[in-house]
Design a protein around this ligand. Structure first.
Ligand code: ATP
Length: 234
């Protein structure tokens, strides 16, 4: 569904991704794990068109999207749950969800999708008129996921959805990710929480300073001594 072929991405003189390649098969959960600053967010920003690779291609459903505008990429079926939740703080829950559907014109179906988000996240329904900035961290994370789902993505990019959340909430978020996938959405999940990410993923890639150093099935990587030592706490 998505193939990244040997991309080089720079921030000025900083070479953030070095001939980086990765593949996501339709229907699966793929995780990209790595330490702080390894290049995980950079990878997602390149897929969603916010950053441009200097070399290499990003191919989505057979089409090179490495020069495509971000809003066009959303309309092709890719949407992102950004790092740190980044919901619109001064907008209500409902307004945030509407923003997720801003490229759609099917009003009735948008309303139905918002109802679906509320079925999935009852706490958001209770707080639908509340300003997003006043929600708890976990609720903001749920809103960020709900907002991304409002675009009806076929491929959902998730940037560290577990960050800063209490263990019970982390479990809940990972259950939600599994469920979104079970209902047909392909997922690329970037995580520092390698344990949780590997436990729900099909395929996994490990990134270190801009390079993929390991890849395989999530089960294989969970058993790998290197991964255990570096990412699973021994
Ligand atoms: P984290 O988990 O801390 O977000 P990450 O794996 O997502 O880490 P990236 O944010 O992709 O890492 O960063 C990769 C590298 O690019 C890092 O060395 C970082 O310092 C650098 N970098 C990221 N954004 C910029 C920027 N706007 N300007 C310059 N360098 C940047």
């Amino acid at each position: 569904m998505l193939t990244i072929n040997e991309i080089d991405v720079y921030y000025g003189a900083i070479h953030a991704l070095k001939k980086m390649s990765l593949a996501v098969e339709e229907g699966t959960i793929v995780t990209l794990i790595g330490a702080n600053g390894a290049g995980k967010t950079t990878t997602l920003k390149t897929i969603s068109g916010i950053l441009r690779p200097k070399n290499g291609t990003v191919v989505y459903k057979g089409k090179d999207i490495s020069k495509t505008a971000p809003e066009k990429i959303v309309s092709l079926g890719i949407s992102q749950v950004p790092e740190g939740r980044r919901v619109f703080q001064t907008m209500s829950v409902m307004e945030n969800l509407e923003m997720g559907a801003y490229l759609r014109k099917d009003k009735k179906e948008i309303a139905a999708d918002m109802e679906n988000v509320f079925v999935r996240f009852p706490r958001l329904k209770e707080r639908r008129k509340q300003m997003a900035g006043t929600l708890s961290g976990g609720e903001q994370q749920m809103l960020a996921i709900g907002r991304a789902l409002m675009a009806r993505p076929e491929l959902l990019l998730m940037d560290e959805p577990s960050m800063g959340l209490a263990p019970l909430l982390v479990k809940e978020i990972f259950e939600i990710i599994k469920d979104i996938n079970a209902r047909g959405t392909t997922i690329l999940l970037v995580e520092q929480n390698a344990n949780m990410a590997l436990s729900i993923a099909d395929q996994a890639f490990v990134i270190e300073t801009g390079e993929i150093v390991l890849k395989g099935s999530a089960q294989q990587l969970m058993k790998s001594e290197e991964v255990k030592k570096a990412y699973l706490g021994g």
